[in-house]
Design a protein around this ligand. Structure first.
Ligand code: KDO
Length: 330
């Protein structure tokens, strides 16, 4: 009996060997993000991207900034410590100021507009520069959603209809110049806090509010520690799927095509997931006792646009690109 079991075990182990050897040969793709595992972008990457490349690579996601701190992912890819992330235009603008055009309030109009812009020839020099100078390939654009102002105060205390109503409000923003500028441009007093610290910052009152799309407000449970959402839609936000160029170069042409197709399919799946959530979450948040209301969006738009005109950011935008982006609008 003992011998039989040992023999069976030996056979079983032997049958695993070629597999194991194969698994060791596979390229491991570590992906780091501050997002949670249940965020629609994370879900799409885990259920669409990972399986689509499983034959030759092992997709290994790290959530909640547990592997790399928010904002350091591009450096980590550039130095070979990470293979993939979902990066923002604001983070790219730290290296390449012209990327601030995609981080500017009220420039992108919708999820579909983001895709048209990303796939247009106008993006080619942007993508090329990131590839050449940082060793990062931008494979596809993921939809994060429309960012709104989400505050601890009840509406009776602070009714946010125009930028003037945000005067003196300590609004948490991610920590980079482009984000700070946007926070100021909507009329608030921006305070940099890492994504993973927002809940506590809201709970303890070290900030008065934060801005993120509704799916994030729900996924990260910010609704538990806030009382209102003013639907400012000041940024139709995105992330680019960022992939190590040196890993890309080590793949065969077929594998590269598979990675590219997998990234596009995951982005599409995540986009649909995020759009569906955006459509249903006003009801959920209202049910949780939050006031969710429409401000004077035209007042926000004209105020924000006026802040960017003539700014240091706008000076870095290549001639004519804003017009090209607008021409691709809805
Ligand atoms: C955030 O820190 O508010 C932000 O929404 C910024 C985005 O660019 C993105 O990094 C996102 O956080 C994380 O993926 C968490 O959702």
């Amino acid at each position: 009996m003992f011998l039989a079991t040992t023999g069976a075990l030996a056979l079983f182990a032997a049958s695993l060997l070629p597999h194991d050897a194969q698994a060791q040969d596979k390229q491991v793709i570590r992906m780091s993000t501050p997002a949670s595992e249940t965020d629609q972008r994370s879900v799409a990457l885990a259920t669409v991207f990972g399986p689509a490349i499983a034959e030759f690579a092992t997709y290994q996601p790290h959530y909640n900034a547990s592997l790399v701190a928010q904002g350091s992912e591009l450096e980590a890819i550039a130095s070979g410590d990470l293979e993939m992330s979902i990066t923002s235009a604001q983070e790219l603008a730290n290296f390449f100021p012209e990327f601030s055009i995609f981080a500017t309030g009220y420039v992108h109009q919708s999820a579909e507009h983001q895709v048209r812009v990303f796939n247009d020839a106008l993006m080619d020099p942007f993508k090329q520069k990131v590839e050449d100078e940082l060793g990062v390939k931008l494979l596809a654009v993921m939809y994060l959603g429309k960012r709104h102002v989400n505050l601890r105060f009840p509406r009776a205390e602070r009714n946010v209809m125009t930028p003037a109503d945000l005067a003196g409000v300590n609004l948490r923003m991610p920590g980079s110049d482009a984000w700070m500028f946007l926070g100021k441009a909507i009329g608030a007093n921006p305070t940099p806090v890492a994504f993973t610290e927002i809940y506590t910052a809201l709970q303890t009152g070290s900030v008065d509010g934060q801005d993120n799309p509704l799916p994030t407000v729900v996924d990260a449970k910010f609704y538990e520690v806030t009382k209102q959402v003013s639907l400012t839609a000041h940024l139709v936000d995105l992330n680019y799927i960022a992939f190590s160029k040196s890993v890309w170069d080590s793949l065969s042409a077929e594998q590269q095509a598979a990675v590219q197709a997998a990234a596009e399919a995951a982005a599409e799946s995540g986009r649909q997931g995020q759009l569906a959530k955006e459509a249903e979450l006003v009801t959920f948040l209202t049910g949780q006792g939050l006031d969710v209301y429409e401000p004077d969006v035209a007042a926000f738009r004209s105020h924000v646009q006026a802040q960017y005109v003539g700014s240091e950011f706008a000076k870095a935008w290549p001639e004519g690109v804003l017009d090209q982006i607008n021409a691709l609008g809805d």
